[in-house]
Design a protein around this ligand. Structure first.
Ligand code: 2OP
Length: 230
């Protein structure tokens, strides 16, 4: 909306926005020929479901444990026998997920802003995946939900951004490919930019993003010119 104040910081979701969680399908396919894509989809869906359920149950477990639990479920539900060593190989691969090419191209153009990561990932997972992608120096702040012990879309997670950046929430952009993450950040009072990688419609959660685009490159001009300081 025109009434939104100029942006002073950009906060990025990690998994699905900067990093392609489906890039692990190739390894799943190698281990389970013919089943890689379906297993990866089920694994990601259950991983997110477990974050929401554990937050509602108030039984927090970190994202590394949840990701492995979701993998065990996805293999069992698919009738796949996943050995401890296969699980270890897949979990290790989660630390080296491929960054999206558009993220690699867009992020250097946004360095005018303080850039932060705000993610369900543990500090160790985020450090590893950023390092592996050559993005360790790109973000001034890497903020994990482990600081508050609850997952997105809890407002306690989004409150970490203004607290760590020292910028009012109304002047912070949350950039995510996850519609439920956009909804949580918008409900909290941040400006939201949705990277509609899936092509699916916005979830019906009572809020819509300020702007949506198919990838991060399409957002660069909007963020630099339309939404930043006059
Ligand atoms: C995140 O990075 C899981 O995409 C979600 O917080």
């Amino acid at each position: 909306m025109a009434s939104d104040p100029p942006l002073e910081a950009l906060v990025f979701d990690a998994y699905g926005t900067i990093f392609d969680v489906y890039s692990i399908a190739a390894l799943c396919e190698q281990i389970f020929p013919g089943r890689g894509s379906a297993l990866t989809q089920l694994w990601r869906g259950k991983q997110l479901e477990y974050t929401w359920l554990r937050s509602l149950m108030e039984r927090h477990e970190d994202f590394a444990h949840i990701t492995e639990a979701a993998l065990r479920y996805a293999c069992a539900a698919s009738g796949l026998d996943c050995s401890a060593s296969d699980r270890a190989t897949l979990m290790q691969a989660y630390l080296t997920l491929a960054p999206y090419p558009d993220a690699i191209l867009a992020l250097p153009r946004l360095q005018r802003f303080p850039l932060a990561i705000l993610s369900n990932g543990t500090p160790r997972m985020l450090e590893a995946v950023l390092q592996n992608a050559g993005l360790a120096e790109t973000f001034s702040h890497v903020i994990s939900v482990e600081e508050v012990g609850v997952f997105k879309p809890s407002p306690r997670v989004y409150a970490l951004a203004p607290a760590r950046l020292g910028v009012d929430k109304s002047k912070i952009a949350l950039i995510s490919s996850n519609a439920w993450d956009i909804a949580g950040a918008a409900a909290f009072g941040m400006q939201t930019f949705w990277v509609q990688r899936s092509g699916l419609p916005m979830d019906e959660l009572g809020v819509v993003a300020l702007k949506s685009a198919r990838n991060l490159l399409e957002l660069v001009d909007e963020l630099l010119h339309t939404r930043s300081r006059a």
